[in-house]
Design a protein around this ligand. Structure first.
Ligand code: NAI
Ligand code: PYR
Length: 308
């Protein structure tokens, strides 16, 4: 049975491929009661809201409208999916200057109306922009979350499932670190029913390269990624609103974590009504630790160039 929380409001800022698909996913899942769409292009938000509202006779009772920042006042979760996306060949880090610029006004507008909710960042580069959101919002760490490597881990699980001919839901495997080119596969923890999985070098290389390069491949083919990220955001939102305490590889502020501090990275974290309740300690192999620290250092050197 679906449990819909009473008066749970989600606001989505940015109604492009990611924001609109996330809205549609939330609508289909019927787990929230109110959904507000905001975009700098007001017509776009209005059009998406109208189109989705016309589907309500076929779904449930989600109240959905194109709104403005004052609608953040009663929001439980504010999703930021606004800003530039990668053109073919661009990295996520290439978006930093453009998207950090728009975060100033977006965060100012949110905090004008809301100081109690959870901000969930999807805009890339998501780890750095989650850190920017933390610094600019003044929200506590647990209530600023990035989508992190949840999507990458889903891609990894799917590809391992293809390789082993096992349903990806039964594959437990994690990608940690940057949601981007320096992400780290934790082969040492990949398992089915607690039983470790064996791969040869070629399989590892193929699975990891396909995981890491998935966004490039999809963007080359169709211009944007949207469905899997929408499902990942839905997963985080439901875990928060239903106080699930699910373990999700979201991006969160790390403090003295495997030698890494003061940077947002994707790591397994318990997500519940408080946001990120706890970051789980991981026992990393030597190579995994080196790669994880390199991922952190890469992002920290980008953050050092920002005015925060
Ligand atoms: N975290 C993740 O795993 C993923 C992140 N992304 C990122 O999500 C972001 C959005 O991607 P798409 O939806 O494909 O882009 P898009 O170009 O389709 O949509 C972006 C939307 O943001 C709006 N916008 C721009 N500036 C704004 C502002 N200041 N305030 C409100 N709205 C504003 C635009 O009008 C547009 O509707 C990109 O940065 C992309 O890289 C995309 C997929 C996965
Ligand atoms: C675009 C992006 O970040 C992704 O699909 O992974």
């Amino acid at each position: 049975m679906k449990t819909q929380l009473r008066s749970s409001r989600v606001v989505i800022i940015g109604t492009g491929a990611v924001g609109a698909t996330t809205a549609y996913t939330l609508l289909l899942r019927e787990r929230i009661s109110e959904l507000v769409l905001i975009d700098a292009n007001k017509e776009k938000a209005l059009g998406e809201a109208l189109d989705m509202n016309h589907g309500l006779p076929f779904t449930g009772g989600v109240k959905l409208w194109a709104g403005d920042y004052s609608d953040c006042a009663d929001a439980d979760i504010i999703v930021i999916a606004a800003g530039a996306s990668q053109r073919p060949g661009e990295t996520r880090i290439d978006l930093l200057k453009r998207n950090a610029g728009i975060f100033d006004s977006i965060i100012q507008n949110i905090v004008k109306y809301n100081n109690h909710g959870i901000i969930l960042v999807a805009t890339n580069p998501v780890d750095i922009l989650s850190y920017v959101t933390l610094k600019k919002s003044g929200f506590p760490t647990n209530r600023v979350i990035g989508s992190g490597t949840l999507l990458d881990s889903a891609r990894f699980r799917y590809l391992i499932g293809q390789n082993k001919k096992i349903n990806p839901r039964s594959i437990h495997a994690h990608i940690i670190g940057e949601h981007g080119d320096s992400e780290v596969p934790l082969w040492s923890l990949a398992n089915v029913a607690g039983i470790g999985l064996e791969f040869n070098e070629q399989e590892r290389e193929e699975i990891f390269n396909s995981t890491k390069n998935a966004a490039y491949e999809i963007i080359n083919a169709k211009g944007a990624t949207s469905y899997a990220i929408a499902l990942a955001l839905d997963r985080i939102i439901v875990s928060i609103l239903q106080n699930e305490g699910s373990v999700l590889n979201v991006s969160t502020l790390l403090t003295d974590y495997n030698g890494v501090s003061d940077v947002y990275l994707g790591v397994p974290s318990i997500v519940d009504r408080t946001g990120v309740r706890q970051v789980l300690d991981l026992q990393l192999g030597d190579a995994e630790l080196t790669q994880f620290q390199a991922s952190a250092n890469k992002l920290k050197s980008e953050i050092a160039n920002l005015e925060l």
